[in-house]
Structure formats: structure tokens, C-alpha cells
Design a protein around this ligand. Structure first.
Ligand SMILES: C[S@@+](CC[C@H](N)C(=O)[O-])C[C@H]1O[C@@H](n2cnc3c(N)ncnc32)[C@H](O)[C@@H]1O
Length: 228
């Protein structure tokens, strides 16, 4: 595995430790914004591209892989955390691999086909790991393949923080289970997200901002890119 900055390693260490908390959180539907808005928003965004095969990158316990397979989009899930992939494989049909983003940048990976799209739902957390992953992705995509990314809306921070890309302290505030080992995450402005996709070889096709029905504020940012 490629060696990254220590901050990047801590992200994955935290996900290994919190895997069971995450599985329970998703099984209980305990994140209101996901139930109200963002789960359906990412499914709709993927459907809008008309892709028929997908790679679910950082799939966690696999809810989106299962949802896309049920929508006749044949989807493979990958995640670095073995216990999350085991949970995904137990829950449903579908193909899953334990693979980190760092692994995808290596020469040999067990993914034998090219997918029409890669979907990444709230799973781009670090700096270098995200940059390297996005640059590597076109190798796994068909000509004019898509990347569909859902992430925190950048404007979510501006009430209490500066609007500049950079590492931020993380926390698990708001989640019901006893999550531990919060990690730093890399915040990007909207302009930097768009620039990142361009640098990785994607043309930005859509920028979507699903609204939270109770606050009328953006619940997330969805970017759709096409291999240029
Ligand atoms: C917030 S969860 C989202 C999981 C899933 N996409 C969903 O929507 O429920 C973030 C996921 O990213 C995965 N992840 C983070 N960094 C990763 C890396 N470098 N390689 C592979 N997976 C990673 C974690 O293991 C975790 O499953």
C-alpha cells in the first residue's frame, strides 16, 4: 500500500475501530439527513446518468451497492475495511472487494472490468488519498465513464469557519452510537472540488445541491463528472 501522511492513516484506523458502530447506525437509519434527503439524492443522481454498471467506492456496509443492484445497475462495492465488506457481502448479492483507495493506484487490482460509473458517497475524506484516487479512477471506467460524488456541502462550514480548503478537526457529534477516535478531514471549497475533478481528467457535467426539506439549506453537494 502506498504510504501517505499520518493524518491519512488515522482516517482508516478510525474506520476500522468504528466499523460495528457504523453498521448499526446505517441499519437503524439513525442519520436523519440520509433518510430525508441524501440517500435518495445519490440514487437519483446515479440514475440520471443512465449508467448500467458501477463501482461503489468506499461502499461501507454496502447499502448503496444493494440499492443500485436493485435498480438494475450492476454494482461492485469496494472498501478498505474488511469487517464492513464482510457485512456487505452477508447482506446481499453483489460483488465486493477489500480494497483501499491507495490499492487502486497500484498496478494490479482484482477489478477485471471497466465500469460505466464510479459512485462515491460521503467517502472522500483525506487530501492526497482523494487526489490520487480520482486520478486513478479513469483507468477503471469506460470511455466517457462517469464519477458521481456526494459530499458535505462546502457552505455548511461558513457560519463558524473560514471558507478555505484545508484540514479540519473532526468529531462524531450527532451520531447515536459510541464512535471513538475522531479524525481530521480535508475541507474543500466548491471551486477546489471542481478544480480537483478537472485535474483528475473529468469534465464537470452537473453540480447538484439537494435541499434539506426542513431547513431549505443544502443537505449535500453532488458532482457528476465525465471522463474527458
Ligand atoms: C461515511 S462512510 C460512507 C460509506 C458508504 N459510502 C455510505 O454511503 O454509507 C466512509 C467510508 O469510506 C471508507 N474509506 C475511507 N477512506 C478510505 C480509503 N482510503 N480506502 C477505502 N475506503 C476508505 C471507510 O472505510 C468508510 O466505509
Amino acid at each position: 500500500m502506498q504510504k501517505y501522511h499520518n493524518t491519512e492513516d488515522k482516517i482508516l484506523e478510525s474506520w476500522v475501530v468504528n466499523a460495528q458502530n457504523w453498521i448499526e447506525t446505517i441499519e437503524q437509519g439513525a442519520i436523519a439527513s440520509r433518510q430525508l434527503v441524501t440517500n435518495q439524492a445519490i440514487i437519483d443522481a446515479v440514475k440520471q446518468t443512465n449508467i448500467t454498471t458501477a463501482l461503489d467506492v468506499g461502499c461501507g456496509e454496502g447499502w448503496l451497492t444493494r440499492a443500485l443492484n436493485q435498480a438494475a445497475i450492476r454494482t461492485t462495492g469496494i472498501d478498505a475495511v474488511e469487517s464492513l465488506i464482510q457485512s456487505a457481502a452477508q447482506k446481499g448479492s453483489g460483488e465486493y472487494f477489500v480494497l483501499s483507495y491507495q490499492d487502486l493506484t497500484a498496478a494490479e487490482v482484482p477489478l477485471k472490468e471497466k465500469y460505466e460509473g464510479a459512485v462515491i458517497n460521503f467517502a472522500l475524506i483525506g487530501k492526497e488519498s482523494t487526489e490520487e484516487l480520482l486520478k486513478a479512477l479513469p483507468r477503471f471506467l469506460t470511455a466517457r465513464g462517469r464519477v458521481i460524488i456526494q459530499t458535505l456541502h462546502p457552505w455548511a462550514v461558513i457560519e463558524h469557519d473560514s471558507y478555505e480548503s484545508g484540514w479540519r478537526e473532526g468529531s462524531w457529534v450527532g451520531l447515536p452510537a459510541a464512535f471513538v477516535q475522531p479524525y481530521q478531514w480535508y475541507f474543500r471549497t466548491l471551486g477546489d472540488w471542481v478544480g480537483l475533478l478537472h485535474q483528475a481528467g473529468f469534465r464537470v457535467e452537473s453540480v447538484l445541491e439537494p435541499l434539506h426539506p426542513l431547513t431549505a439549506k443544502p443537505a449535500s453537494l453532488i458532482l457528476i463528472g465525465e471522463v474527458a
